[in-house]
Every structure is written in structure tokens, then in C-alpha cells.
Design a protein around this ligand. Structure first.
Ligand SMILES: Nc1ncnc2c1ncn2[C@@H]1O[C@H](COP(=O)(O)OP(=O)(O)OP(=O)(O)O)[C@@H](O)[C@H]1O
Ligand SMILES: [Mg+2]
Length: 272
């Protein structure tokens, strides 16, 4: 069964133009999907449909087999679809890391003993044991994002949606975040990573490119990067390896499209 099933959804804010345009999408449990798109292409609006913060004007959204159109399902959907946002500060609610992580499960009415167990496990999962009693406002941006992730993990969701969660981080911080998503995915979480950094797509099993509320491309990173010229026009520049391959191709050197540095080096050594 799919973990998410959007069928022909249309959506506009008030009576403005359409933000999601007849969009259909289904995701497999355990998948790792990157959603790329320029500013205003509808990425966050789609994310808000996935955890029932917005409802489509027409069409349907089912998450874990539950329709978002029924209010009775919202709590269950939100409990199982955690969201991590761009600004970790907005997700901090207390002045102690440990309490902050406990906030979500407390709201779910989880028994005290189990909360303690979940909080400790979540702190360990993001390697923040040394900061469990710290004040979140004293932490770096990357550490705050780890605490925000721990807060979501403590809810024991099936799906985690990261909406531009790396946007405020430096390149190393973004790489760490991306590595963490990969490791969470290996542990069984379904991951959706919304980003406009095209290199984030390298780790994903599936890449969707959104444009004007429609899915423009849908495939493996390799398949999607075949359209690097078009992506560039949309303001989504390809990773260095892809740019190098297409520059060499223009000079008559034909290499296989690859994202892995090692494979690229092997190919270059062969042809040069
Ligand atoms: N609350 C709102 N009320 C009215 N219009 C909105 C609202 N939120 C978003 N929009 C509009 O809907 C469109 C899609 O916005 P959305 O936030 O989904 O895009 P996005 O792809 O997430 O962009 P970004 O990369 O900037 O985060 C934009 O034109 C935006 O101005
Ligand atoms: Mg957005």
C-alpha cells in the first residue's frame, strides 16, 4: 500500500490563481524522495496537504490510507507525518532541550515513563546527549535542527517531511542533515525532502521537480538530471559533476551521466 496517495488535487489560496494544478502523486513506504522546485512552485503547499493542514479544492489526499477530508483522521495523520521546517527557532518551545523534545509526545498524551524513554532515544538518535540539559537558544543552527528532528522522532512517525530544513545551514551543515536523512531512511522512515539545493537530490531514490503546481519531472536522480539544461532555466542548477559532463559532451567527449565522483574520475581517466 502507498504511504501517500494524492489524486488529481487542485488548490488555490482564497480566489487567487491555482497553486496545485491537477497534481497526482503516490509514494511507497520506506522511500526517500526529494522535491525540487523554484520559489513559489507549490512545494510547501503540497507539504501542508500531506499532513492535513490544507485540504484540496478538488481531488483527494490519502496518507497511510486515511483521507485528509475526514477531520477524524487528522490527529492520526499528523502523529505519523512529522514536519521539520526551515527555522528551527520557530519549533523551540521551552528553554531546556530535553523538555523541548518531550513537548510533542506530551501533547499526544503518552504516559510519563514512555515519554522519558522516547526522549532519551531521540536525543541519542541525533547525537545530542551532551546538550540534553542545554538551553536550545544557546545552540548552533545545525544543533537546533537536530533537536527539532529529535522532537519529531519522539512522536514515532512513519513519515518525516523536511521543508527547506537545511536552508539556514552552511554547506557542511546541509551535508550533515542530508546524511542524517539517509540514515533515518535506512532505519525505515519514509523521507520527503523539499529543497531548492539540487545537490540534495543526489541521495534520494526518487526526485520530483515541481513547476507551477505540476510535477514536471519524476524519476531517479540520474533520469532527472538528464534535463539539466531545462532545470537551469528554472533556476535549479545541476551539481558540479553533471555540469562537467555536459560541458565535456559539448566538446565531443561523451561520458555516462553519473553523480558519483569516483565513477566520474574513472571515466575521465579512461577517455583523457
Ligand atoms: N498563506 C498563503 N496565502 C496566499 N498565498 C500563498 C500562501 N502561501 C503561499 N502562497 C502562494 O502560493 C504559491 C506557492 O507557494 P509555496 O509556499 O507552496 O511555494 P514553495 O514552492 O514552497 O516556495 P519556496 O521555495 O519559496 O518555499 C506562491 O505563489 C505563494 O505566494
Ligand atoms: Mg516553501
Amino acid at each position: 500500500m502507498s504511504i501517500l496517495n494524492c489524486r488529481e488535487i487542485n488548490f488555490s489560496y482564497e480566489d487567487k490563481e491555482r497553486v496545485l494544478d491537477n497534481l497526482s502523486l503516490s509514494l511507497e513506504p520506506g522511500s526517500y524522495t526529494v522535491i525540487l522546485g523554484h520559489n513559489g512552485s507549490g512545494k510547501s503547499t503540497l507539504a501542508r496537504h500531506i499532513n492535513a493542514l490544507l485540504l484540496p479544492d478538488s481531488g483527494s489526499v490519502e496518507v497511510f490510507g486515511l483521507s485528509t477530508s475526514s477531520e477524524d483522521n487528522w490527529l492520526e495523520i499528523r502523529r505519523n507525518a512529522g514536519m521539520v521546517f526551515q527555522y528551527p527557532d520557530d519549533q523551540m518551545v521551552t528553554s531546556v532541550v530535553r523538555d523541548d523534545i518531550a513537548f510533542g509526545p506530551e501533547n499526544l498524551g503518552i504516559p510519563r515513563d514512555e515519554i522519558i524513554e522516547r526522549v532519551e532515544a531521540a536525543i541519542e538518535a541525533v547525537e545530542m546527549q551532551d546538550f540534553a540539559d542545554a538551553d536550545p537558544s544557546d545552540l548552533s543552527g545545525g544543533q537546533k535542527q537536530r533537536i527539532a528532528i529529535a522532537g519529531i522522532l519522539a512522536m514515532r512517525p512513519k513519515l518525516i517531511i523536511f521543508d527547506e530544513a537545511g536552508a539556514m545551514l552552511d554547506p557542511q551543515g546541509r551535508q550533515d542533515l542530508s546524511d542524517r536523512m539517509k540514515s533515518l531512511n535506512e532505519q525505515g522512515y519514509t523521507i520527503i525532502h523539499i529543497t531548492h539545493f539540487i545537490e540534495d537530490a543526489l541521495e534520494a531514490s526518487r526526485v520530483l521537480v515541481l513547476d507551477e503546481g505540476k510535477i514536471l519531472y519524476d524519476g531517479s536522480p540520474q533520469e532527472v538530471f538528464e534535463h539539466s539544461d531545462h532545470l537551469k532555466e528554472l533556476g535549479l542548477d545541476a551539481p558540479f559533476s553533471i555540469n562537467l559532463i555536459s560541458a565535456l559532451k559539448a566538446r565531443g567527449i561523451d561520458l555516462r551521466v553519473t553523480l558519483g565522483q569516483d565513477e566520474l574520475i574513472d571515466q575521465l581517466v579512461e577517455v583523457l
